[in-house]
Design a binder for this molecule. Sequence first.
Ligand SMILES: *Cc1c(COP(=O)(O)O)cnc(C)c1O
Length: 445
Amino acid sequence: MSDPRQRLPAVSRLLAEAERAGLLEQAPRGVVVAAIRQVVGEVRDGTACEPEGGWLDAVREAIGRQMRPSLRPVINATGVVLHTNLGRAPLARRARQAAQTALGYSSLEYDLDEGVRGSRQTHVRRLLQELTGAESALVTTNAAAALLLLVDTLAAGGETIVSRGELVEIGGSFRLPEILSKASTVLHEVGTTNRTRLKDYALAVNPRTRLILKVHRSNFALTGFVTEANLEDLVGLGAERRIPVAYDLGSGLLVSLAEFGLEGEPLVRDAVRSGATTVFSGDKLMGGPQAGILLGSSDIVSRAAANPLSRALRPDKLTLAALEATLMLYRDREQALAEVPVLRMLTADGAALRERAARLAEAVPGAELTDGASVVGGGSFPDARLPTTLVSLTTADCEKLLQVLRQHDPPVIARIDDGRVVLDPRTIDDSEIPLVIEALRGALE
Ligand SMILES: *Cc1c(COP(=O)(O)O)cnc(C)c1O
């Protein structure tokens, strides 16, 4: 038997062929050479067979893979609205356009009236004041950064009181005690896992206390024998002892969704009204770009802004443009519900979801409709199960089907439920339906 490795083509020969086929116009020479080495190398060490369609085609494909961006748009068919691995909140159309316009020169830190240096924070500060009732506001790269900045500003070198029931881990390495230690404050734990009373905080206050911090238990629920101090009482205690109170509320819901059956997430406005300095994420329930939003008194916000850390944690121009456009939508509640994708998906009605699922299922042989549930994700409304209609596919190898769908362009991300591959129309945009049908038909062939 002849060893197939002896028949491997020389790199130089394939390069000449690639040049004749015009591949050097599609990619830099270095990339073409790397693609050739990869294709030949894989056959040499037995990880791939000799390409059936010929070497040149294999090289063309390898070049395609190397030239493709790594960060790519995908279709979220999981029904998890705030899917952290898929970039959390998809932006509203106007927010996308705004980010686009900020790509060139912009008035980022320029006061157009006076022709002098301005602050990048002014573009969103007034809107945040208007929409939340806060006296002042500051935006950072994300909520973890806003919390770090706030605690470092108010409590470095002193103690921060936190309930043992609120020492949360959010995921992606956000653990509250670790953030606090990075802000050089000493964590003073009070209460127990399930019960913490106002009195526990009151007894813990001492001359080293700089801050009382309340944290929303976003991604889990405590039920049963449970007590927690409410925010108003904590702010009262803080006022009495002259200690600032901060509230990390996580998701940042700007409009109530109670009428859609979504209850339990604190509203930003209520948090601000309590008098606590409030911190939340821009890309969770608010449905904007990744950002951290800090709302509080002018005094606390200016101290945070003057902290050298704020320079390291400041948001970029694309974020600010997208955030401003997102916030503008919230001036009209109905417009926010219709145009902020996160809100639109969370409040989609059952009939519309069923219709979208049916359109998908009709076009795909073997697909069936089943009742199911979508989840909010992003650590918000952890108990909520939103009724939906799933498109479900029976197959011998679910993992394999998921993988093939991921290899489609654009990749389609589905999930497994009860031994079947399912797609949830809640997170699929109408405009994406033809692409999903194409991906499913191809994958099932
Ligand atoms: C999500 C979350 C954070 C972190 O927010 P990022 O914007 O991802 O940094 C912090 N605290 C709570 C309570 C959260 O839910």
